[in-house]
Design a protein around this ligand. Sequence first.
Ligand SMILES: NC(=O)c1ccc[n+]([C@@H]2O[C@H](COP(=O)([O-])OP(=O)(O)OC[C@H]3O[C@@H](n4cnc5c(N)ncnc54)[C@H](OP(=O)(O)O)[C@@H]3O)[C@@H](O)[C@H]2O)c1
Length: 363
Amino acid sequence: MPSTDFVVARNDLQQCKVIETQLPEAAALPDQALLVKVTRFAFTANNITYAVLGDHLKYWQLFPAPEGFGNVPVWGFGEVVASKHPGIAAGETLFGYFPMATHLVIEAADVSKRGLRDAAAHRQGVAPVYNAYVRVSGDPAFEGKQGDYQALLRPLFMLSFLVDDFLAENEFYGAKSVMLSSASSKTAYGLAHLVHARRIKVIGLTSAGNADFVKSLGCYDEVVTYDNVSSLPTRSAVAYVDMAGNSPLRATLHRHFGEQMKYSGIIGLTHRKSSPDEPEQLLPGAKPKFFFAPDHIRKRAKEWGPGGVDLRFGAAWSTFVPNLDRWMDVREGHGPAAVQRGYLDTLNGRVPPDQGLILSLSE
Ligand SMILES: NC(=O)c1ccc[n+]([C@@H]2O[C@H](COP(=O)([O-])OP(=O)(O)OC[C@H]3O[C@@H](n4cnc5c(N)ncnc54)[C@H](OP(=O)(O)O)[C@@H]3O)[C@@H](O)[C@H]2O)c1
């Protein structure tokens, strides 16, 4: 059974290619296994982060690729085309973490009404969310455009939700406003939407080319371009949430705000710009810290009990989704050439922020 896979060189993400791999035929699948056709997946800067941190956070081990290459994980949908598990029928739709490929074999385990887990040995040792699949056949919240929104935004909005909750729990560290870098990113505007609803001032920092888009969203109280951050008033305390991973920008903001910088959280690395020469512990204001989502989710899961996180996340999601028809233009791309273009455009920052890419390796 041939599968078409899209792989990237781990030491030079600009190098990528399409390869053919062999999967077992339906009849030769091991017991409990599912052969799944990957029907469509989202692609954003977050997937580039998976590639950048592939070795460090074990993302490369999830979907094996030839020596020196990696298969970038993506969020999307698959259709079960053959099943050796008595509880799963061919034709079912699954939502979860997939390789950039046409097919995946899943070793189904912990099958419940709601979902299942891939128990393949090489997929263990990572956060459970990366091996979980939701059974979504017939669920209108995962069909058509709503399904595109789920693939594009659900994993990102979980981070937005957790950071908003973390900041609120800590009373925003006394800050009167929250600044977000890469304000045009989906993760940032999800967070801006939630913080804005708490009546805390939200300042979006972005590049000149994306400023109009960020202003048009309506969830940022103020929008400032990167070259102009030193014009921000320093009278009141601020918190900084960094989606850009831009060390020189972080240093400029810390020096500008000094002790008024009450929180400095590192979330993303859209700009992939780190300067080893900037000793962050020497910057004025709060010490920059990585926000580690699994820690906060574990804490809340314990405090809120079974279903507590899902319930609150669902409520937040339902306030966010109605904006998406205005904020996002879903663009589909089918076939290897479209996938390669979508990957390289995202890697090189060429995807306009109002676009959401939904790709598929099948033509
Ligand atoms: N830690 C976590 O658990 C977690 C979870 C979710 C997301 N994140 C991170 O949050 C960040 C945003 O992800 P996303 O998927 O929401 O992004 P996205 O919507 O694809 O963001 C696009 C924006 O990122 C900036 N950008 C992207 N590529 C660039 C490039 N090559 N050069 C310069 N700027 C570039 C631009 O914003 P500006 O012009 O506004 O800078 C662009 O409009 C990622 O780094 C992601 O990994 C982290």
